[in-house]
Ligand binder design. Structure first.
Ligand code: C5P
Length: 203
């Protein structure tokens, strides 16, 4: 069984997916972490983030470790996970995610993982796992999402909201909900409320 949970930036996808995966006793994978890892390695190498030919050779040691409690991304023996949510990675990641060659590489990593799993991202239900039997799509207003993210970042809410809105714009192509996805507005719900809503649908 595969459950897909897609949604806009900072809609709570990772926390919700982790909670759902733990309740089901299966691993979850965050596809955004792979796009973020490519971005980080590109930035560290001083590569042009718009050139797949400069990025693909950096990826041979990159591996996603799916865990119910939180995924980790490794580059050979180095755990990159803690460095993947910086503002500079946020700013560059949409450029990297727009490259078809990089999307193919990420999709191949994800499709190689054994089911059951919960897969979280933008195009899990539309593109990577179109035959998944259970699909969800999380939304919330830009202000609600910025307020949530402000608890994790040392920036003010209007700046975060502007950056999120810009990232939504850049991600529009790959962020449409699957026609058979259940759309959940997480604005009025607590984290546990969203998890319970999904678990109820799965029962
Ligand atoms: O989900 P998260 O915000 O960590 O994703 C980071 C970025 O990775 C997104 O802004 C988007 O550009 C890209 N992404 C994507 N497709 C996915 C997951 C993430 O294009 N399935």
């Amino acid at each position: 069984m595969i459950v897909t949970i897609d949604g806009v930036a900072a809609s709570g996808k990772s926390s919700v997916s982790s909670g759902v995966a733990q309740a089901l006793g299966v691993p979850y994978v965050s596809s955004g972490l792979l796009y973020r890892a490519v971005t980080l390695l590109g930035l560290e190498a001083g590569a042009d983030l718009a050139q797949p030919g400069a990025l693909l050779p950096l990826l041979s040691g990159v591996r996603l470790e799916p865990l119910a409690s939180g995924n980790r991304v490794w580059n050979a023996v180095h755990d990159l996970t803690a460095d993947l949510h910086s503002t500079r990675v946020d700013t560059g990641v949409s450029v990297v995610a727009a490259l078809p060659e990089i999307r193919e590489w990420v999709d191949a990593q994800l499709r190689a993982l054994p089911a059951p799993l919960v897969a979280e991202g933008r195009d899990m239900g539309t593109n990577v796992f179109p035959h998944a039997p259970h699909k969800f799509y999380l939304t919330a207003s830009p202000r609600v999402r910025a307020e949530r993210r402000a608890r994790e970042r040392p920036e003010d809410i209007p700046a975060i909201e502007a950056a999120l809105t810009e990232r939504d714009r850049q991600d529009t192509t790959q962020s449409a909900p699957a026609p058979d996805a259940r759309i959940i507005d997480t604005g009025p719900l607590t984290l546990q409320g969203v998890i319970d809503t999904i678990l109820e649908h799965l029962r």
